[in-house]
Design a binder for this molecule. Sequence first.
Ligand code: CP
Length: 304
Amino acid sequence: MKRKDLLGLMQPSAEEIDEILSLGLGMKERLKKNDKSLDVLAGRSAVTLFYENSTRTRCSFELAAKFLGAKVVNISAAASSVRKGETLVDTGKTLDAMKNDFLILRHPMGGAAQLLARTVTAHVVNAGDGMNEHPTQALLDMLTMRENFGKIAGLKVAILGDILHSRVAKSNLYGLKKLGAEVSMFAPATLMPGGLERMGAKVCRSREEAVEGADVVMGLRIQLERQKSGNFPSLGEYARYYGVNEDVMKYAKPGALIMHPGPVNRGVELTCGLIDGDRSRIGDQVLSGVAVRMAVLSLLGKEE
Ligand code: CP
């Protein structure tokens, strides 16, 4: 992969995505054997700069960088000079002046990672920018699928939930289509953005239509922090009329996998039985997250 930054999955080619997944699978094998000490990034540094809350993404980037031998500093915007009015660009320049090598950014504004990448010399990795993209989440989802099925091409992936606000849905759609998967999507009309067909999705009119024949059923979190009121009556009614339950799963292929990027609103996007059941890969996705982030950081830092 010959690029300075990873800002989304719209730009990278299928070959670049494939390279990340192949390396990520190798990293995951090492992690499963508790082999967590590589020196690929020895002598380098990474800063995680998070303007939004996170458990999985932030912690797995930190662990990934540490397992590769880098020194890591975590900055939460709430406890930084951002609270004194410092701009994103000035914060980036400040960190650049410290000779930092990787800047991992989560920000509520779509395009924030692009803006930062243009401004700093450090490698920028987008850890989620508003409603735009969350590339490493989609990469870890694809890594989990490839590990389970041995391929991505030809898989049918159903994505259901708050697609309107979801950067995960967009990054998965870009990546999965490039690698030859079919992607069907379903949400209440108020949570379904326009233009998805042009991006290659099959937009469905019911949960059952979306899930029909699926190899993977992915629930997306209802993003309560980004909702305007009135998108759906209540969480209970969302679960009843739009959530994925055991009856809806009867339309999927036997043994179809259940996935969710987390954090899950239990019993809303998916029933607790599906979240905790044999077909769930939600826990395994988290390990894929460390592995794929190790792959991304290794590949971005390779040229130096
Ligand atoms: N999936 C995801 O981005 O989770 P966090 O918000 O916990 O990082």
